[in-house]
Design a protein around this ligand. Structure first.
Ligand code: PHE
Length: 343
């Protein structure tokens, strides 16, 4: 009887196909071909109904057995393949060569600005200073007016300002605005250090950027003199450059919010007889400083007859460039990984 032959040949074909299946995809093909509703075994089942009752009795059990065995074999094979797959995966995980070359991992680190700011803050914290900050988007009053730079004052031309379309608002041109904000909030004695970004409308080149970093210090107390200012700055530079004998010098300088005002130079920490950093002069310009102008104290309501103080401002960008030998200021804000990975 031909249906019996069919059962045999489908059984053989199924076994063969199952043996050949080596992965989930070929196994699925086997299931579709033989075990699914449109599969070969279902086809035989459908043919059963056309048989005579005796044949049905004869062939029915054979067919049921085939179906049952095929399904069992299929499940076994499926489990076996899954186990093999897991074992192969495990082998890949465990059989690694600890001496093998690994590509360098990308790990993050602090930007050179942040590193220098932290060093700077640590030195001033150790001298009893408080770390403060203020907004980058400032108003005319805190950036100029209260710093003794009135509307009509020619000193406004010293700093090319980014004015906003909002009336009286600007991107701060220096961190000195934080002096005002702090003195508005706190009564003397006070000693603060603030660092942050400043903005000036300048054409950029290797040593000028329109955004740069400054550090600003302010100390207000009774009987504060230039001597205190100079001693503080000298101690600071000595600590930061780890040179106990490093000297500073001052030249007269004009900033409307200090009187007297000075420009501060530091002995070049990199050479004995002149180098490219100090342009063979042995001195490096570090910033401005002076005794807080009585007008400034007046603006914030501090009695200038009772209190005096000093302020200093430093270009941190310059500082970072000096410390790390960076020759183009634009690199600092470039976000270039090749550059940043060196620090
Ligand atoms: N704010 C000044 C500048 O940006 C620097 C300065 C700060 C000078 C404090 C004196 C005192 O040029």
């Amino acid at each position: 009887m031909s249906i019996k032959n069919n059962i045999n040949s489908i059984e053989t074909a199924f076994k063969q196909a199952l043996a050949n299946a080596q992965d989930a995809q070929t196994l699925e093909e086997v299931r579709l071909k033989f075990l699914s509703r449109q599969g070969e075994i279902a086809g035989l089942m459908a043919a059963l109904k056309d048989l005579s009752p005796e044949d049905k009795r004869d062939v029915g059990p054979l067919l049921n057995k085939l179906k049952q065995q095929a399904e069992e074999a299929f499940t076994q094979k499926k489990d076996a393949l899954e186990i093999m797959r897991i074992q192969a995966e495990d082998a890949q995980r465990t059989a690694f060569d600890v001496t093998a070359y690994t590509p360098k991992r990308l790990t993050g680190h602090l930007h050179p600005y942040t590193q220098v700011i932290e060093q700077l803050e640590n030195v001033f914290i150790s001298m009893g200073y408080q770390i403060t900050d203020g907004p980058e988007l400032e108003d005319d009053y805190h950036n100029f007016q209260a710093l003794n730079i009135p509307d009509t004052h020619p000193a406004r031309d010293m700093q090319d300002t980014f004015w906003l379309t909002l009336p009286g608002k600007l991107m701060r041109t220096h961190v000195s605005s934080v002096q005002i904000r702090t003195m508005e909030q706190q009564q003397p004695p006070l000693a603060i250090l603030a660092t942050g970004r400043c903005f000036r409308n300048e054409a950029t080149d290797a040593s000028h950027d329109f955004v740069f970093m400054q550090a600003e210090g302010l100390l207000i107390d009774k009987n504060i003199s230039m001597g205190n200012l100079l001693a503080t700055l000298e101690a600071f530079f000595q600590a930061i450059f780890e040179r106990k004998d490093l000297k500073i010098r001052t030249r007269p300088g004009y900033f409307p919010f200090v009187e007297p005002g000075v420009e501060v130079d530091m002995e070049c920490p990199f050479c004995q007889h002149g180098c490219s950093v100090c342009k063979k002069t042995r001195w490096v310009e570090m910033g401005g400083a002076g005794l807080v102008h009585p007008n400034v104290l007046h603006y914030v309501g501090i009695d200038a007859n009772q209190y005096t103080g000093f302020a200093f401002g430093m270009g941190l960008t310059r500082f970072v460039m000096l410390k790390y030998g960076i020759n183009d200021i634009r690199l600092l804000n470039s976000g270039k990984l090749d550059f940043l990975r060196q620090f």
